[in-house]
Design a binder for this molecule. Structure first.
Ligand code: F0G
Length: 420
């Protein structure tokens, strides 16, 4: 199997620059990293991965928690940065007690500068764009990628174009892309159609693509996995057994797996200690779950997708060839949850003080479901990833929460309303 945990450490090819190169995960062709714009393999169109001659151990990580603490695991010493990463790993006592696992923490990626994990990918990806000297950045997005790219593109002083599925992006995300100055194109089609169009624009040289098909984005997102290991060990003395995460394009699943593979290869982590990767999708958009359940080598695109968790309303997870081995090789699984289960989990997280958007709550909904089925055992130490902030989708939050109660503008009237 490609991308296995026991892979030998590759020797740098002649194309390597400062010990960094690109490698095709299908045919092993290698390419120089920063000489030409390239998203997939020239020979077979397979997905590309960034490879390094030197892989770090935990002792190499220095400085404050955040993406650039992990510079030794990244292609640059510094990026276009607004202090991304270093997000909290919260205890969630009520959900921990209810699900009855040995230890439960929530890694809240909603606490990034633009309110989602996408910032980790953009600090690296926009830096690569600078190095390549491109003058227009673009992405398709269910919202968060567009907010992050608009922000980081603005910071770098580069034009940004975002393609969004019309009427299917949460209000907070459109507002962010707008205020940070991106040109917003509303496409009459779903996210997958937006990605088809923007990939075509990129192939024609009209823009530099910063979707997670871009291998450099995933390098930044690896740091979620590195932070989880360090924080969990600091807080509990152990490593987590399992990480449960929402899946859309499966970029995070691929990125976390890559982070752990590299630690195994550097000798910093025992292969048996790699956390089990467990993906969660919404029932109305679950092609990865289908592939895992049916044991397929490939994911089949769903043309029709629907879910309240609009961030993961995706039928064609482009990183599946990297993510499926990640789930299988770590002994993980994938599960689909209903919109009702997602909203219930969003409320449960809110009761524990963690405000998230619907897609993020899918991780906790998945944990609940897999505890009920017995797939996740009571002695497990689990981390749920929550990917985006509550304020990203104010409409969903208001619909899941309590309604405001109109009262008169006097104290007696308020007390009467309160029934006191
Ligand atoms: N959670 C949130 C809040 C997201 O915005 C996304 C993806 C995911 C989970 C899925 O992550 O793709 O790595 O499996 N959002 C993309 C976007 C598609 O355009 O903002 P994945």
């Amino acid at each position: 199997m490609t991308l296995c945990l026991s892979e030998a450490r590759p020797d740098p090819p002649e194309t390597a620059v400062d010990g960094v190169w690109l490698s095709c995960i299908e045919c092993d062709a290698t390419f120089a990293p920063f000489e030409a714009v390239r998203y997939t393999c020239d020979d077979c169109d397979g997905l590309l991965e960034v490879r390094y001659a030197d892989l770090p151990t935990f002792e190499d990580f220095e400085g404050e928690l955040g993406v650039w603490r992990y510079a030794d695991a990244l292609p640059f010493e510094a990026g276009v940065s607004i202090d991304e990463g270093g997000t909290p790993l919260y205890e969630v006592p009520t959900i921990e007690a209810e699900t009855g696992v040995a230890d439960l923490r929530v890694k809240h990626e909603g606490m990034n500068p633009t309110g989602s994990f996408k910032d980790r990918g953009m600090t690296v990806g926009v830096r690569v764009a600078e190095r390549l000297g491109v003058d227009r950045l673009a992405c398709a997005s269910t919202g968060n990628t567009s907010a992050a790219l608009a922000c980081y593109g603005a910071r770098a002083g580069t034009e940004v174009l975002v393609l969004l599925p019309a009427g299917k992006v949460a209000a907070g995300k459109v507002a962010q892309a707008s205020l940070h100055g991106a040109r917003i194109l509303e496409v009459d089609g779903n996210f997958d159609a937006c990605l088809d169009v923007v990939s075509d624009l990129a192939d024609r040289g009209e823009a530099y693509l910063l979707n997670s098909l871009n291998p450099f984005r995933l390098e930044g997102q690896k740091t979620i996995g590195l932070e989880i290991l360090e924080q969990f060990r600091d807080q509990t003395g152990d490593l987590p057994d399992r990480i449960v995460l929402p899946v859309g394009n499966a970029g995070n699943t691929a990125a976390l797996y890559k982070a752990f593979r590299e630690l195994v290869r550097s000798g910093a982590l025992d292969a048996d200690d790699v956390p089990t990767l467990t993906g969660v999708q919404a029932e109305g958009a679950a092609p990865m779950v289908e592939a895992i359940e049916e044991g397929n080598d490939e994911v089949h695109r769903w043309e029709e997708v629907e879910t309240r968790a609009t961030a993961i309303r995706i039928g064609n997870p482009v990183n599946a060839p990297k993510a499926l081995p990640g789930i299988r090789e770590t002994g993980g699984t994938a599960v689909a949850v209903s919109d009702e289960e997602i909203t219930d989990a969003q409320r449960a997280l809110a009761r524990d003080g963690v405000g998230v958007e619907p897609a993020s709550a899918a991780s906790v909904a998945g944990l609940r479901k897999l505890r009920e089925s017995g797939e996740i055992a009571a002695d497990e130490r689990v981390v749920c990833l929550t990917t985006g902030h509550l304020l990203k989708d104010p409409d969903a939050a208001a619909a899941a929460g309590a309604d405001p109660e109109p009262v008169p503008a006097d104290t007696d009237g308020v007390l009467e309303h309160l029934g006191e």
